[in-house]
Write a protein that binds this ligand. Structure first.
Ligand code: FRU
Length: 516
């Protein structure tokens, strides 16, 4: 008679209110026990997290919504999770903002943005139903805690007639000359990835203006990048398009278009174009470049203008997992958000990203670095590197004393480019991981000096070499995989290295509240 016993006898019958609540609470508890779970970074309380959504600041509070499945660490029935912060680095869980409902978003509330519609907080997001994608709206209470769907959803029912598109989702929305403008990520078969441009007076009725710009028509091999331009293929579809202006060092302003290159279900890498607007179009000044050398580990980024802090542009990305779906299910959680980064433009039209100064609020005790070495699995390291031609610096991370597990970042100067390489081949004894090497180039000026920042937070690693970011995930199995060591060779030097222990992004216990 024991054959028929349920596998998890402690849980109530499936489909009941208590069942979902218990399951969500169990995921939160399970996720908290995983030693590979980052602490200084944003994660979901339990379950699945992907893209940052609706990032912004309102009444001195920062908001970060995210693609969320509270019921399992798999990409399914996507909700919008919600977090708030007073300082951009310490967060609290807010009630779930959106859950799929009968209608245009019944299979998922996919990515989108938060806009201020003359005082009314409004979410513009992608509804998903039976594989069809549409633009939807939800209107919020003044505290952004409760959301009501627009009765007229979807406000754009699908891609423009006559265009053979690869997909149709994700939104950039802004005001321009008294009207709303919107980009929707897409791709035109045979033409490449694109951002479809719309305009509206009221966010509800949209006129289609055409593709704002398109990417590479033909597939390009994903070759290793060894110059400072970090060009790559722009894919057959652009996810999570993001458009904004940035001041340029020449005193002018440039328009930046960020997108995530996608191809037939593969999330390739985040990219950016710098250029100018010409009417309804966007004219790039140079071919698209990688926005992060960690490629899919900084995916689907979204940015906002931080009016609380001098109008800086702040961006977050999704640090995808490199472990198997099964390993995520066993861990109870999946997905990490990067720390907030500020974007700036240099003289050559390249974007630079550096953690916002508030990240220093996460620092705890200093970690001494005698001989360049320490033991720490949650650590913030800063240093200046001096690299003559041929000079090299290595940073070993999360290493066991016997070297059986180790992740190695190397920075080697060749002429006016430094090659950055993150070697994950020995990061873990677990043979099932994605350990592909991550690499790219960074421009070196005549001084040969590069500022380095390395943030290690258990399985999440963020590296910045002179403002060029490389995000990655690594999964050491051994508890003694905490070694950190900076070393230099071939004339390279590490100057003024300092380190601090990284603290916790969530001071309060994690909670899941909201529709079941
Ligand atoms: C990017 C993405 C978006 C989509 C969302 C769904 O990672 O695929 O294009 O809106 O995630 O969760």
């Amino acid at each position: 008679e024991t054959d028929a016993a349920p596998v998890t006898p402690a849980l109530p019958a499936p489909g009941t209110h208590d069942d979902a609540t218990t399951r969500r609470a169990a995921l939160v508890a399970e996720a908290a026990r995983d030693h590979l779970r980052p602490r200084a970074h944003v994660t979901a309380p339990g379950g699945w997290l992907n893209d940052p959504n609706g990032v912004g600041v309102r009444d001195d509070t920062y908001h970060l919504f995210y693609q969320y499945n509270p019921d399992a660490p798999v990409h399914h029935a996507i909700h919008w999770g919600h977090l708030t912060s007073a300082d951009l680095v310490h967060w609290r869980d807010e009630p779930i903002a959106l859950a799929p409902e009968a209608g245009a978003d019944e299979d998922g509330c996919w990515s989108g943005v938060l806009v201020d519609d003359d005082g009314t907080p409004t979410l513009v997001y992608s509804g998903r139903r039976d594989g069809a994608e549409s633009a939807c709206l939800a209107v919020g209470s003044p505290d952004l805690r409760t959301w009501r769907r627009e009765a007229a959803n979807p406000v754009v029912a699908g891609p423009p007639a006559g265009l053979e598109t690869t997909a149709f989702r994700d939104h950039a929305v802004w005001r321009e000359q008294g009207r709303w403008h919107m980009l929707i990520g897409s791709g035109v078969v045979g033409l490449g990835g694109t951002a479809l441009h719309y305009a509206s007076d009221d966010l509800r009725t949209w006129d289609y203006l055409g593709p704002m710009v398109t990417g590479d028509a033909a597939d390009r091999p994903d070759e290793a990048v060894l110059d400072a331009d970090n060009h790559a293929w722009t894919g057959t579809m652009w996810e999570c398009v993001d458009l904004f202006d940035l001041p340029a060092p020449d005193g002018g302003v440039r328009t930046v278009l960020v997108f995530s290159a996608w191809d037939h279900g593969r999330t390739l890498h985040p990219m950016y174009l710098v250029g100018r607007r010409d009417g309804d179009r966007f004219v790039p000044e140079a071919p698209a470049r990688l926005l992060d050398l960690g490629r899919r580990h900084f995916y689907a980024p979204q940015s906002f203008t931080d009016d609380r802090a001098g109008g800086r542009r702040v961006i977050y990305g999704w640090m995808q997992e490199a472990r198997s779906d099964g390993a995520c299910v066993a861990a109870g959680w999946s997905g990490v958000m990067t720390l907030p980064r500020e974007l700036t433009l240099d003289r050559e039209g390249r974007l630079h990203a550096r953690p916002v100064p508030e990240v220093e609020l996460l620092r705890g005790d200093p970690v001494p670095l005698p001989g360049g070495a320490a033991r720490a699995d949650q650590v913030d390291v800063v240093a200046d590197l001096v690299l003559p031609d041929g000079g090299r610096v290595d940073v070993e991370l999360l290493a066991t004393p016997d070297g059986a597990e180790r992740t190695v970042l190397s920075i080697t100067r060749r002429g006016d480019v430094a090659e950055v390489l993150l070697d994950r081949s020995a990061s873990s004894l677990d043979p099932t991981l994605d350990v592909v090497a991550l690499r790219g180039g960074v421009r070196v000026d005549a001084s040969g000096v590069l500022d380095l920042r390395v943030l290690v937070d258990r399985s999440a690693v963020e590296v910045f070499v002179a403002g060029v970011p490389l995000s990655a995930r690594v999964y050491p199995t051994r508890p003694d995989a905490t070694g950190l060591r900076l070393s230099a060779s071939a004339g390279g030097e590490v100057v003024a290295a300092r380190a601090w222990r990284l603290g916790e992004a969530f001071p309060e216990p994690r909670t899941v509240e909201g529709p079941l």
